[in-house]
Design a protein around this ligand. Structure first.
Ligand SMILES: Nc1ncnc2c1ncn2[C@@H]1O[C@H](COP(=O)(O)OP(=O)(O)O)[C@@H](O)[C@H]1O
Ligand SMILES: Cc1ncc(COP(=O)(O)O)c(N)n1
Length: 274
């Protein structure tokens, strides 16, 4: 049994954060553990409160896991402050374990999940450790300080992020204006690049799509899939989870973490070579 961990924030509403990650790990047959960086009071309508955990206690959670478990992969989500980022980076920097960094910044409702002052810490301390970085378009813009309005801009952003030390970057296209497709762009530090295209689902239930995608990627990497295949399979997982949405709550509902395992209707993902 492969063991993985997620270092992220708790979403009381169960659709994103730690909860989405653990559900996804369970669905993909890896044993999920967690380090909670912050509590959020949250539902499908929004975030009504954030309570960061004391940094020394976050450190303690990481130590507890490292002391006892041979982790096959680590993912990070909501990290909230530069102090938290620095402590976690120093604890994991010498581990030779694949690291998937989802640079969570803002909830779908617009609430801040990462303090402004923490962006530089993310760039300096965490990005150089990342096996895969999975920003959405607004996150890629913040990390690079440049607006993204075209495919050429996406490529430039990826080059900048790779220069910061990331091995592979998946720039997710959920926020792009495209009525037909949700396309994600993948770039490796050896120059290899491709994109993944799936049918855009017309739904308001996209709470936790980013968390779920990066958790699935973490699980597939832990199971030993080659990186490229793990990324494509994670895209299939999230496409199925969005396609078979559950309609829970009154706002932006969660995705369906069960759909991939239940094989509800296999979603097509087309890989396009650059
Ligand atoms: N309406 C949609 N239909 C199909 N796929 C989507 C849709 N919205 C987002 N996705 C996909 O979900 C994943 C998460 O993307 P995105 O929503 O951009 O990230 P985040 O949740 O971090 O904002 C990506 O693979 C993206 O292409
Ligand atoms: C605790 C927590 N972490 C992350 C997200 C972002 O969710 P999304 O995947 O929709 O960007 C969230 N809303 N809450």
């Amino acid at each position: 049994m492969r063991i993985v961990t997620t270092i992220a924030g708790s979403d009381s509403g169960g659709g994103a954060g730690i909860q989405a990650d653990l559900k996804t790990f369970q669905e993909l047959d890896v044993f999920g553990t967690s380090v909670i960086t912050a509590l959020t009071a949250q539902n499908t309508l929004g975030v009504s409160g954030v309570l960061p955990i004391e940094v020394s206690f976050i450190e303690k959670q990481v130590l507890a896991l490292l002391e006892d478990f041979p982790l096959s992969a680590i993912k990070t989500g909501m990290l909230f402050s530069s102090k938290i980022i620095q402590v976690i980076a120093s604890q994991i920097k010498d581990l030779e374990i694949p690291l998937i960094v989802d640079p969570v910044m803002i909830a779908k409702g617009g609430e801040n999940l990462l303090q402004q002052e923490a962006i530089e810490a993310l760039r300096i301390y965490l990005l150089p450790l990342a096996t895969v970085l999975t920003p959405n378009i607004p996150e890629a813009e913040v990390l690079t300080g440049k607006k993204i309005e075209s495919i050429a801009d996406i490529k430039h952003a990826a080059e900048t992020l790779i220069r910061l030390g990331v091995q592979c970057v998946v720039i997710k296209g959920g926020h792009l204006v495209d009525e037909k497709y949700a396309t994600d762009y993948v770039f490796f530090n050896n120059g290899r690049t491709f994109s993944m295209q799936a049918k855009r689902i017309n739904t308001k239930n996209t709470h936790g799509t980013g968390c779920t995608f990066s958790a699935a990627l973490t699980a597939f990497i832990a199971q030993g899939l080659p990186l490229e295949q793990a990324i494509i399979e994670a895209k299939k997982f999230i496409q199925m989870a969005i396609t078979h949405d559950l309609n829970i709550g009154n706002g932006h509902g969660p995705t369906n973490h069960f759909a991939y395992r239940k094989n509800m209707e296999i979603s097509e993902v087309t890989v396009l070579e650059a």
